[in-house]
Design a protein around this ligand. Sequence first.
Ligand SMILES: [Zn+2]
Length: 272
Amino acid sequence: MNKPCRAAAIGIIALLLLWPVSAGQVTAAEEEQAKSARQFAIVIDDFGNGMDGTEEMLKLPVKFTVAIMPFMPTTQKDAEEAHRLGHDVIVHMPMEPNKGLKKWLGPGAITADLSDAEIRKRVEEAIDNVPYAVGMNNHMGSKITADERIMRIVLTVCKERGLFFLDSRTTFKTVVPKVTEELGVPALGNDVFLDDVYTEQHVAKQITLAKKHLESHDTCIVIGHVGPSGKKTAAVLKASIPSMQSDGHVEFVKLSNLVPSLSGDPFILPNP
Ligand SMILES: [Zn+2]
C-alpha cells in the first residue's frame, strides 16, 4: 500500500470508529434540547371562598392557573389579585358528581335535572362573574362531564366566549374529548391530582409522579387545591419548584401557554 492510500485507509477507519460516537453525541444533545422544552402547568382549584392556602398559593414563585368558583365571597378579589400577579384565571364551574352532597357544589351549579336553557344561563352567568377568565374547568362533576347533552351546552358557551376547557378528569366516562373535538373548543386534561390525600408526603409523591410523566410527555398538567390541604400543597410546591427549574428541563407555564390559539393567533369563531 503506498503512502496516500495508507493515509486514506487510516482516515476511513478513523471515521468508521468515530461515527457511532459522534452519532450518539448528536442524539444525546437532541434529547437534551427536547427535554428543555417540557412544560409543567400547575392549576389550583377552589379559589373564591377565602380557603386555607389562598395567600401562600398566590405567592408561588412561578406563573400558574387559578381556578375560581363563581358567586363566592372572594371570587372578585381572588380573580383581580391573580390577574395582577400575572397568573391565568379560569372559572371553576361547580358540576354535580355521581356521589356527594349537592351542598358541596356551591351556588350556580350545573346539575343533571336542569333544562338546556337553564344550563346555558348558569354557564354564561358564571363566566360573567369571574373577571379575566380565559378558560373553565369542572369542580367535582363526575356525573355532568359524562353527560353529552349537558357538556354540549357548556362547551358551546365556552366556544362562544373564547374559553378553553380543562377536563379535571373526575370520571373515566368523560365525554369532554369527544365534544370539544366536535365543536372545535381548545381542550386540555388533568394528568395528576396533587392532593387527594391531605399530607405533605402524598403531595411530594404526586410531584415525583408528575416528573416521571414528563419523562415521556412534552407537557404535564397537575391540579392542587386551596382548602384543607392548601397550605401543605403550597409548601411542597414552593419547596419543589427551585430544583425543577434549576435542572433546566422544566418550564412552568400557565394553561393559556398550552393553547396555541390563545398564546399567539387570536381565537377565531367561525359561527359566533
Ligand atoms: Zn373544586
